[in-house]
Design a protein around this ligand. Structure first.
Ligand SMILES: *[C@@H]1O[C@H](CO)[C@@H](O)[C@H](O)[C@H]1NC(C)=O
Ligand SMILES: *[C@@H]1O[C@H](CO)[C@@H](O)[C@H](O)[C@H]1NC(C)=O
Ligand SMILES: *[C@@H]1O[C@H](CO)[C@@H](O)[C@H](O)[C@H]1NC(C)=O
Ligand SMILES: *[C@@H]1O[C@H](CO)[C@@H](O)[C@H](O)[C@H]1NC(C)=O
Length: 373
């Protein structure tokens, strides 16, 4: 990706991801429009932004619907093909546990001989795109669902389809450059590391084995802090961008709490529940650790930062538990997340962002979190 970071991919990608996740909670019937949500922000931020956004908005992808069944009831008017229908067939061409699927996009009634429509197809696990010049039944193959979660998601919610504004090929190519940040592969992981090296001057040296240290519950106390850095997959990509804008090397944090019997718990936000929502949880240490060891595909780096004894002496475990209990199950604290990124009104943004562009990014993140919660 060039130095002059084409900002729109950033924006469209985030909005896209936001829009994908948003289906999980609110079924979106109308195409998403950033202006619909801007008024939720404080006035002094949203009004100037509204003016700035005017041109960017035209380039945003429009959500046209999601395809999950073989019925071709989903139809819309494309920019080029005035009649477009979509449907989805599940198959098992890959002979894999969850199989794959074929998305059909049938285009007709082009308004000119030279026009085309560009689409983005997204699930929370992948983003793909294609473009169509010719009126016919086009197919787009999902060879193999990434796992049960993606399979269930597509069965229930469908593949989200976004129509791009015309002239978007350049943006898509730029988007393609950043997409590896979100890809759950060794390639995605190296892309994250390369991004952090390039934009933050971070260096990554492989530690000698063993890479996992056992800690004993006795060594840990309430209030001790856990800093996590995820470098792979969906969260890896988000964390990379968060690290960059916030200037930290951790993208997520959690806190230890012990109950009066000495049982250890971990409190964290952004824990994904079965509905795919990110909520605040307090979970037993063994369960949390087991997840990190065996299920977290983000290849997390986890560091424990014990409290200084003086501070620990002041840490009120009872009050901490009282507070934690009021937070369990609540949506992720997106307001804090976003506004903690801003140190000054118009300075201190990582180049090449400036305050305006940065706010757009913030806001797209805000949407995601807001709707997601
Ligand atoms: C498809 O359409 C038929 C007839 O309109 C209906 O009976 C069936 O339930 C639909 N299937 C799905 C998966 O929506
Ligand atoms: C696909 O085929 C494989 C092997 O034939 C089988 O094990 C698997 O359960 C099938 N998956 C689905 C979703 O039908
Ligand atoms: C951690 O503890 C488990 C269980 O006691 C043991 O099997 C494992 O080898 C230990 N790992 C390390 C790196 O010490
Ligand atoms: C700790 O918090 C509890 C509950 O808020 C409170 O009742 C107690 O007085 C606090 N203890 C100290 C030492 O401040």
């Amino acid at each position: 990706m060039g130095r002059n970071l084409p900002f729109l991919w950033f924006l469209s990608l985030n909005l896209l991801i936001f829009a994908v996740f948003s289906h999980g909670v609110h079924a979106w019937k109308t195409p998403f429009h950033p202006r619909d949500l801007l008024p939720l922000l404080p006035r002094q931020i949203s009004w100037p932004l509204l003016n700035k956004l005017h041109s960017a908005v035209d380039l945003l992808p429009t959500f046209v619907g999601s395809a999950s069944s073989p019925n071709d009831t989903l139809n819309w008017k494309g920019a080029c093909f005035y009649e477009t229908r979509a449907w989805m067939n599940f198959n098992n061409k890959s002979n894999s546990e969850f199989g794959g699927g074929t998305l059909h996009i049938k285009t007709s009634s082009a308004h000119s001989w030279t026009c085309m429509d560009i689409y983005i197809f997204a699930t929370p696990y992948r983003v793909s795109w294609d473009y169509y010049f010719i009126a016919r039944d086009h197919t787009f193959e999902f060879k193999e669902w990434e796992g049960k979660a993606e399979y269930e998601y597509v069965k229930n919610k469908g593949v989200s389809i976004f129509l791009m504004g015309s002239g978007m090929l350049g943006t898509l190519q730029a988007l393609w450059d950043v997409y590896p940040l979100f890809s759950n592969t060794g390639w995605g992981e190296s892309s994250n590391l390369a991004f952090l090296e390039k934009h933050m001057g971070a260096s990554f040296e492989q530690r000698p084995q063993p890479w996992i240290t056992n800690i004993t519950v006795d060594d840990i106390h309430s209030g001790d802090f856990i800093a996590l850095s995820k470098i792979r997959g969906r969260w890896g990509g988000f964390e990379t961008l968060e690290k960059w804008v916030s200037g930290t090397y951790a993208g997520h944090s959690a806190v230890f709490l012990k109950d009066p019997e000495g049982k250890l718990y971990v409190g964290e936000s952004g824990h994904e529940n079965e509905e795919g929502e990110d909520i605040v949880v307090v979970m037993p240490w063994e369960e949390w650790w087991n997840y990190e060891l065996t299920k977290d595909d983000a290849n997390p780096h986890i560091a424990v930062l014990p409290l200084h004894p003086d501070i620990r002496a002041k840490f009120n475990e009872t009050a901490a538990w009282e507070y934690a209990r009021t937070m369990i199950g609540k949506p992720y604290g997106y307001h804090n997340l976003i506004f903690s990124w801003i140190d000054t009104v118009d300075g201190n943004y990582p180049p090449p962002l400036d305050a305006n562009l940065f706010m757009i990014e913030e806001i797209s993140f805000y949407y995601k979190k807001h709707i997601n919660g």
